[in-house]
Design a protein around this ligand. Structure first.
Ligand code: DOR
Ligand code: ZN
Length: 344
C-alpha cells in the first residue's frame, strides 16, 4: 500500500481563468483540483464593475464540465476611479468577495491599475468598514527599482503605511516571493495574510536563467534567490494560520511565452496539489498541508471549510510536455518531470 494523505477539499485563493475559448480550456483543470477559487479580474478590458464581474462569473460557470461542483469567487479590479458605492454594492450582493489592487503597469493586464494608492483611500476605507479583503500585487513599478527588489521596496514604501492607516483592513499579500515578505507577514497581526505559489516554493531565479533563458519559469513577481525560496518554504510549512494556498496559475499560449518579449505567468493548475504536497513532504510537514490548502483560506475570508475530502497518494505522476487547452497549446509547470505524489 502506498502512503496516502486525505484532507478536506482544498481551495485556490489566487487563480487566472482567462475568458472565452481559453477559459473553456483551462477552467476544468482548476475545477478538478479545487472546490473554490478566487478569480483574478485582469482581463482585457478589466472587470471594474458589478455588471461585468457578474457576467464573467456566468461565463465561468458555463465553461465548467458537466457535473462539476466548483464555485468561482469573484474579484473586482480597482482603478483610480473606482467608486466606493460600487464596491459596497457588489460585496453586499455577493457578486464579488474581494477587490484586487494592481499597481499600474506592475504585470499582465495591469495597465488600468492604480497609479497612487492614495487615489483609492476612500475605497479602502469603505472596504475596511464592511470587512471586505484587499488582494495586493505587491511590487513597486518605479523604473529605478531593480525588478528583483520590487516586492521588498513595496513593503517599505507602501504596505507599512497602508497597514498603519487602515489597521482593520483585511489584506492578502499575494504570491509572496521574498524573505522580507515572509518576515512581514509572520510579524503582522490578524488582518494580514499571504498566498504562496507552487513555483516560488520549487524554483529560484536560476531556473529561469542557467543554461539558457527559460520563459516557462518566468512569472511576476519573478522568482528570487535561493535564500528567499527557503524562507517561503519555511513559512508555508510553519503552521502560520495566515498563510494559504494560491497558485497564481496564469496560462499563456506556448508561442506567446517563447518570444522575444515573453508573457509572465506559469500554468500550474493541472498538477498544483501534486506540486505543493511534494514540498510539504520534503520539508517533513505533511501534517501542516491540510491547514495550508484547505483551512486557513476559508478562516481568513470568513467562509465555511469544504465538507468533502480528497486523497493524495505517494505514487509517481508524469507531467506532460504540453497541454492542449481547447486549442491553445500551453506548457505546464513541471513539464516533463515526474512528481512523487498524485491525486487519487
Ligand atoms: O506572472 C503573472 N502572470 N503575474 C501576474 O501578476 C499576472 C499573471 C497573468 O495574468 O498572466
Ligand atoms: Zn496573479
Amino acid at each position: 500500500m502506498s502512503e496516502t494523505l486525505t484532507i478536506r477539499r482544498p481551495d485556490d485563493w489566487h487563480t487566472h481563468l482567462r475568458d472565452n475559448d481559453l477559459l473553456k480550456g483551462v477552467a476544468p483543470f482548476t475545477a478538478r483540483q479545487f472546490a473554490r477559487a478566487i478569480v483574478m479580474p485582469n482581463l482585457s478590458p478589466p472587470m471594474t464593475d458589478v455588471a461585468g464581474v457578474s457576467a464573467y462569473r456566468d461565463r465561468i460557470i458555463a465553461a465548467l464540465p458537466e457535473g462539476s461542483d466548483f464555485t468561482p469567487l469573484m474579484t473586482l479590479y480597482l482603478t483610480d476611479d473606482t467608486d466606493p458605492a460600487e464596491v459596497e454594492r457588489g460585496f453586499a450582493s455577493g457578486t464579488f468577495v474581494a477587490a484586487k489592487l494592481y499597481p499600474a503597469h506592475a504585470t499582465t493586464g495591469s495597465a488600468h491599475g492604480v497609479t497612487d494608492i492614495r487615489n483609492i483611500y476612500p475605497v479602502l476605507e469603505k472596504m475596511q468598514a464592511i470587512g471586505m479583503p484587499l488582494l495586493i500585487h505587491g511590487e513597486v513599478t518605479d523604473n529605478h527599482v531593480d525588478i528583483f527588489d520590487r516586492e521588498a521596496v513595496f513593503i517599505e514604501r507602501t504596505l507599512v503605511q497602508l497597514v498603519a492607516d487602515m489597521p482593520a483592513l483585511k489584506i492578502v499579500f499575494e504570491h509572496i516571493t521574498t524573505q522580507e515578505a515572509a518576515d512581514f507577514v509572520e510579524g503582522s497581526g490578524e488582518t494580514i495574510a499571504a498566498t504562496i505559489t507552487p513555483q516560488h516554493l520549487h524554483i529560484n531565479r536560476n531556473a529561469m536563467l542557467v543554461g539558457g533563458i527559460r520563459p516557462h519559469a518566468f512569472c511576476l513577481p519573478v522568482a528570487k534567490r535561493e535564500k528567499h525560496r527557503q524562507a517561503l518554504r519555511k513559512l508555508a510549512t510553519s503552521g502560520c494560520t495566515r498563510v494559504f494556498l494560491g497558485t497564481d496559475t496564469a496560462p499563456h499560449a506556448k508561442d506567446l511565452k517563447e518570444s522575444a518579449c515573453g508573457c509572465a505567468g506559469i500554468f500550474n493548475a493541472p498538477f498544483a496539489l501534486e506540486s505543493y504536497v511534494t514540498v510539504f513532504d520534503d520539508e517533513g510537514a505533511l501534517d501542516k498541508f491540510e491547514a495550508f490548502a484547505s483551512l486557513n483560506g476559508p478562516a481568513f475570508y470568513g467562509m465555511p471549510v469544504n465538507e468533502t475530502t480528497i486523497t493524495l497518494e505517494k505514487a509517481p505522476v508524469t507531467v506532460p510536455d504540453k497541454i492542449d487547452a481547447n486549442g491553445t497549446i500551453i506548457v505546464p509547470f513541471h513539464a516533463g518531470e515526474t512528481l512523487r505524489w498524485r491525486l487519487a
